[in-house]
Write a protein that binds this ligand. Sequence first.
Ligand SMILES: [Zn+2]
Length: 885
Amino acid sequence: MHRDVSPPPNDTEEPEETFTYIRHPFLTGDPCDANGEYLPPHAPPPPKPEPTNDWHPFESRTAFDFACFHFSEVQSSEKEINRALDIWLASIIPFGGRAQWEKAEEVYETIDSIEEGECPWSTYKIRYQGPLPDNPPKWMTETYELCTRDSRQVVHHQVAMSGFKHSIHYGPYRQFNSKGDRVWSNLMSGDWCWKQADEISKLPDTRGAIFVPIVAGSDKTTVSVATGHQQYHPVYISPGGLMNIARRARGNAVLPVAFLPIPKVSQKEQKSPLYQRFARQLYHACLARVFAPLKAGMTTPEVIRCPDGHFRRAIYSLGPYIADYPEQVVLAAIVQNWCPKCDARPDCLDDPALRRSHAKTEFIISCFDPGILWTDYGIRTDVSPFTRDFPRADIHELLSPDLLHQLIKGTFKDHLVMWVGDYLILTHGETRAKEIIQDIDRRISAVPSFPGLRRFYDGRNFTQWTGDDSKALMKVYLAAITGHVPLVMVQCMSAFLDFCYIARRNSLSNYDIKELKSALTRFHHLRAIFIETGVRVDISLPRQHSMVHYPHSIRLFGSPNGLCSSITESKHIQAVKEPWRRSNRYNALIQMLRTLVRLDKLSAAERRFAAQGMMAGSTSSYAAFIHDGGVPEAPGSDDEDDGDSDDDLGPATGPKVMSSVKLAVTPERNYPKDLEGLARHIQQPRFPEALRRFLYQQIYPDIPADDIVLDDCPRFHGRISVYHSAVARYFSPSDICGVGGMHRERIRSHPNWRGLYPRYDTVFVETDSDTLGMLGMTIGRVLLFFSFSFCGEDYPCALVNWFIPVGGSPDEETGFWMVKPEYMAGGHRSLAVVHLDCVARGAHLLPVYGTGYLPEDFHFSQALNAFRAYFVNRHVDHHTHEFLK
Ligand SMILES: [Zn+2]
């Protein structure tokens, strides 16, 4: 075993810390040739194809871009494509030109003739094989269709994509931080991969291979039609070597591989044991069929092409499986309400219990009759999990944690938030409870600078809520209930939210897992308040119980956010909902599959053209390049746009930087350019004094601010430019972000935001860079972003009012730090100029509402002026949660 300070390929995403890695000694991912013969060290990959101008089967770049734009990007209908073709033709007729196509149908034919990306779907027909009674129910005579494509071929395509060159690991590794603490992040950093590699290396001829675990997920999804609902049950796969960030990004990291049949029966028939047995057997037989093409490669390596262009010998395994609770019950062949991972009894799930495994189940089955198995062990004997047919696979182990359904929608929304509502009704009666719930609602809507959370929560009705709504509520809920419910209930919620925010991190150290366990212990202890207050008789719920298994699952599989069902849910849009909308709704699945194949083909063709350097520039600049021999222009970058859009949480792409705050690109015009005039304009008469003190500090940084004599400070007569926003960029792979993990956040200081109200955001300002967390920071409210030059130096700055910490530790009820506005001797707010280098990022404050009701006409734009104290919200995003820990 060798210790190695260089990261495994491409794990260069964590800029803040240096890590040490130990790679698996046998599954080392050595490049080989197409026949599987290992190459000498440092041999280059096979040469890339030469650039050509061969757009086959398209006539030109223009034709290819036209097809891509209409078919993949805007998803035009046949009629719209016909219309666009007609306009295209009209524009070239005067020059005697012709277009490749006249009708949409011809466009489709061309797309179908693309050779790469060929991964056709086939249909398997399945029927009930058992004995038929005299008058058999319909489900016994019906034919069911499994639509699937070759899972091995899909994996080959995914692993070969050069776009994943910087986001794939070829073998298991162990990661340690600078303190020597083990860190779990991507799947390959987990103990499960290592253990698999140990097993694999006992097989002949596997040394030097790469390990390709197959992450899978299945989930029913509904599309609505006027006449009712249509359900689909897609299965997705993703190569496990891909980093979490790649798996969570929109793209080809996760692809549909099958649509499982959904038998339609009456509710009465659904309860019949014979039917249940058939439905379960059908489900497992289909999954076994879907993964069958990969089975041979699970014991004998096969040569595949990797994103860096090299060939390597790959060995597969069934990897973590993503599914929600009712489907987990079917997957694990257990009885409803039991846990698929341990044998805790359904009425006391959180009591200590032993883990399930196929071997253990087999042993128990050999000892007891089916009645005992059902009642004492929660084991069904009428079906065998499909994983038993595959080497080294055990469904009880492979079921992955699921942040979305277990924590966010399950424990938080369906349990805790509902229970708080129930508590209020039990304690105060319907009428008073309603008033309090309305006040909680007002408090949520009064949260400052938090666009996107204008949706009213009415305490109990969540029918239309999405996972994102619940995530948004998690950010502000704690402060909103404080004062209206017992202290222990707030502490319970706080312990749960701590668990949730730690579990959602992109990487977790041993220390973090200890913190996670301690949050769980606190939560289990404190949630008894819901039993004491009569809201619950007991608490034994499968989704909530799953929290018990998180520490072990994180050690096995790395961070849960690389395996969450939000990945499969968001894939439904591309793989089911959009193709469904494009169908004519009659026998839709066949049309949907055709659309999926065409999309794959177009994206495969695009990758070929891009690899040959043919996708540079825009359509017209490329055409000009071919025509005149010029240089195709790079497409414009909109990374630095200063639009007033609300995409504050939008993706960041572009160069990697540690963390920075930069002013918007263009200054605002309608401000005085001189200091005195500007101070009058923004009604901050002490602005000039604050600026002079700032300049003095720039010259004498070691003199404490309190010792500065104003008369000693330089005067400033230069020009000042004003900005309405600044952009903070920082590394935060746990939050919504671009592929590189960079997060971009726009901080506003706007006198008339969207023409509606003044918006002055708050920021974290570093006061002591050696002290971590809140002790080294204070909060500033940005009254003005501005820049100027002084003595040849440019200064990007912010004019701020201070909010100073209350006490030396967080509030014991909520766990939040508290701050209050700072006032000077004369009763006016403290004012200071800070350099943007000292600004870490945006901060989010939540009012400390106390026990009173908020006035009905309270407007959130007043929230930062109206209260005596504020909580520093560490639930606003993961970066803040880690940053304030
Ligand atoms: Zn369990």
